[in-house]
Design a protein. Structure first.
Length: 484
């Protein structure tokens, strides 16, 4: 099918049929990803008698934050391979295979060996899948197609269907028969996604495997040598104790920050981009920072909020105690309920909808306000916070997410220079990587017995940043050169 025919296709709720295939593979990938992540933190800090590894809470959240950051950092590698070597669709397929292998490693390999091999494989595979799935979604729409934001909202719905069901089932399996069975269920989910995607690959046009900026054969040896040096540096840092489980999140924050600065520098200095494209990339910098601030709070669902659910939330339901991971399904429920409404709203408003900088500002402010809503019940005793309080807070998380996250995915494809199409998407994921790692770093300052100062500082800081972004939004819009 040609690219023009794909873009004119309206057979999936008014969108191209290829969106259905991408919807499905992301749904199953998120089922496995969030299903595993929903039980990962408690697996790391629960004692051996509880089936866990017995780490401290600070070390456990550092690992989870660093792992989450590496997932999004690896989007850079996945995007680079797609843009320079293999094309987006091929990279997506083999990334899905690697994810399935990672979940199997967590399920079958014992202790820290399974954690190291499993999380490494899932991180690399998820990065390759995420960047390229997003890029292919963008390729389904012509420039100026008003369905684009709505299409990304539907794509986001698929993500959250998986994110809703995954923690419910893996959490229940973990509670009833053990952690490794929960990880095994995540592997099964990814296997189903891989089968579904295999049958739907033909729906994409040849553009999905175009290599827009091929790597010259003369530079391949240099790239391979650089990869070997990087791997050697990581191994040396671990063996010498420079990088430990306890400081892993902090190290990851620094690495990702330098990677983001370097990536912006490479794109902006490239002779392959035009003056208009360069201005658009510059306009993305404040949006990158807003995304970083947002995800520094949002991704605490898997660090601070997990500890909060375990130690501060009343999880009793009619005499039965709800699994900790079930709280991770609350946000996806609201996404499923509200994503369609947001997609309809943006479509109906069309050119009258708020500008992207204003959407980002609103998302950051609402996210900060959600953390401030923890204050009325802060510093309580034991598992005393009513479940409905957390439900209300996570509703705010969801509204903030829908204002910023799918819009950020769409924006990265609209602002992308032609020579850096997928790598611009990776820059968006680098902001998420930086925020996710920071969520692990910030978690060490959280104390369930002394919460008020933490929630005030984190929530208040995000609100202030969002207000500042709104104030400078007219300047950002001018730099975007006609992109809204």
């Amino acid at each position: 099918m040609t690219s023009e025919k794909i873009q004119q296709d309206k057979k999936f709720f008014g969108h191209p049929r290829g969106l259905a295939t991408l919807f499905g593979v992301e749904m199953w990938e998120r089922f496995s990803f969030y299903g595993m992540q929903g039980i990962l933190t408690i697996y790391l800090y629960y004692t051996g008698t509880q089936g866990g590894l017995g780490l401290s809470e600070a070390t456990a959240t550092s690992i989870v934050g660093a792992y989450g950051g590496l997932v999004y950092l690896s989007t850079v590698a996945g995007a680079w391979i797609a843009d320079r070597v293999a094309g987006s669709e091929r990279v997506l397929f083999f990334s899905a295979v690697l994810i399935m292998f990672g979940h199997l490693a967590l399920a079958l390999l014992p202790g820290f060996l399974g954690v190291g091999v499993g999380l490494g494989a899932v991180a690399l595979g998820s990065g390759g899948l995420k960047a390229n799935a997003t890029s292919i979604v963008g390729s389904l729409y012509a420039e100026g197609d008003t369905r684009r934001d709505a299409g990304f909202s539907l794509f986001y719905l698929g993500i959250n269907l998986g994110a809703f069901v995954g923690p419910l089932l893996t959490g229940l399996v973990q509670k009833e028969v053990g952690f490794h069975y929960g990880f095994g269920l995540a592997a099964l989910g990814m296997a189903l996604g891989l089968v579904q995607y295999t049958f739907g690959r033909k729906k994409f046009g040849s553009e999905a495997n175009v290599v827009p900026n091929p790597l010259p054969p003369s530079r391949r040896l240099i790239v391979l040598a650089g990869l070997v040096v990087a791997i050697g540096a990581v191994v040396a840092a671990v063996l010498t104790g420079l990088v430990t489980a306890a400081n892993l999140a902090n190290v990851t924050v620094v690495v990702i920050a330098f990677a983001a600065i370097g990536y912006f520098a490479v794109i902006l200095s490239s002779k392959k981009i035009t003056r208009v494209e360069r201005s658009r990339v510059i306009s993305f910098i404040p949006m990158f920072l807003a995304s970083f601030v947002f995800f520094s709070l949002f991704q605490q669902q898997f660090t601070v909020v997990t500890i909060y659910v375990d130690q501060r939330l009343d999880r009793s339901l009619f005499g039965w105690q709800m699994p900790v991971s079930w709280a991770n399904s609350i946000n996806p429920i609201f996404i499923i309920l509200l994503a369609g409404a947001f997609a309809t709203l943006w479509t109906k408003l069309g050119p009258r909808q708020p500008s992207t900088p204003i959407k980002f500002a609103l998302g950051t402010v609402v996210m900060g306000a959600a953390f401030l809503l923890f204050l009325p019940t802060a510093d309580g005793a034991g598992n005393s916070t009513p479940l409905l309080v957390l439900v209300g807070i996570l509703l705010m998380f969801t509204i903030a997410e829908l204002l910023l996250s799918p819009v950020g995915l769409s924006l990265s494809t609209k602002l992308a220079p032609q020579a850096f199409r997928t790598q611009m998407v990776a820059l968006n994921f680098l902001s998420i990587a930086l925020g996710t790692s920071m969520a692990g770093s910030l978690a060490k300052y959280y104390d369930p017995a002394d919460e008020a100062a933490y929630f005030t500082f984190v929530g208040g800081g995000a609100v202030l940043f969002g207000l500042l972004l709104a104030a400078v939004s007219p300047f950002i819009k001018r730099l975007m050169k006609g992109v809204h």
